[in-house]
Design a protein around this ligand. Structure first.
Ligand code: PRP
Length: 214
């Protein structure tokens, strides 16, 4: 049986994703959690993991160099990718919101909005009938209103700490976000049994965890 390649997001989603795989019975070695290696083979499970930047997971899966990936719904919304979204893993829950400085008066015809999600932000403001100018940044979005680069931001809110510690307030909530299991369409045809088994095992864990959390 050919092995499965799974693209894992490095960073904050990683730990929860690894936990979920372990709960589903996959034996991941301890060095898995604390390694700088970007490719980790787990021969006893016939799985190869590649560790990617969260924003890049969909690229690896779309190009078929990973059969499966774990990607945030934020990334899925931002980029239209030719991948199947097969399971809501219900981990790394957060939401996308519009935020800004409290009481800031916006006089511009097209206020500036800084974000890592230009496409989501444009569609959101278009639907609201608001004209804005989008400024794409790659991180530390909360800086933008503080130093006068933008009037507002569209960004992920998790605990709300980053907004609070930088004196910003949430203005509108756009949508909830969780991590999703995504699959390359060709892999799904070629490795359907292996992939179905993984999806089945993970969905049992997700459903079980949900019951515990109710
Ligand atoms: C994300 C997001 C916010 C922050 C929200 O940034 O863009 O800045 O986390 O989390 P909180 O509500 O729990 O404070 P991340 O740390 O991923 O880094 P980035 O600024 O490089 O995008």
């Amino acid at each position: 049986m050919s092995s499965l390649t799974i693209a894992m997001p490095k960073g904050r989603i990683f730990e929860e994703a690894a936990d979920l795989l372990r709960q589903a019975g996959y034996r991941l070695p301890p060095e898995f959690d604390d390694s700088r290696k970007l490719i980790l083979d787990v021969p006893e499970e016939n799985i190869r993991f590649i560790l990617a930047k969260p924003m890049d997971v969909t690229t690896y899966v779309e190009h078929g160099v990973a059969d499966i990936g774990i990607a945030g719904k934020d990334v899925m919304l931002e980029e239209e990718r030719d991948v199947y979204e097969v399971l809501d893993l219900k981990i790394s829950a957060c939401y996308l919101a519009v935020a800004g400085l409290p009481g800031a008066k916006i006089t511009d015809v097209a206020p500036k909005v800084a974000t890592k999600y230009p496409s989501v932000a444009s569609s959101y403001f278009r639907e609201q009938g608001e004209q804005v100018e989008i400024i794409k940044l790659n991180g530390s979005i909360e800086l933008a209103p503080l130093i006068g680069l933008a009037d507002r931001i569209v960004d992920i809110v998790s605990t709300g700490r980053t907004l609070k510690e930088n004196g910003l307030v949430e203005l509108e909530r756009i949508c909830n976000i969780t991590s999703r299991l995504i699959v390359n369409p060709v892999s799904y045809r070629m490795k359907d049994l292996q992939i179905d088994e993984l999806v089945e095992r993970l969905s049992l864990v997700v459903d079980g965890n949900e019951e515990v959390n109710l």
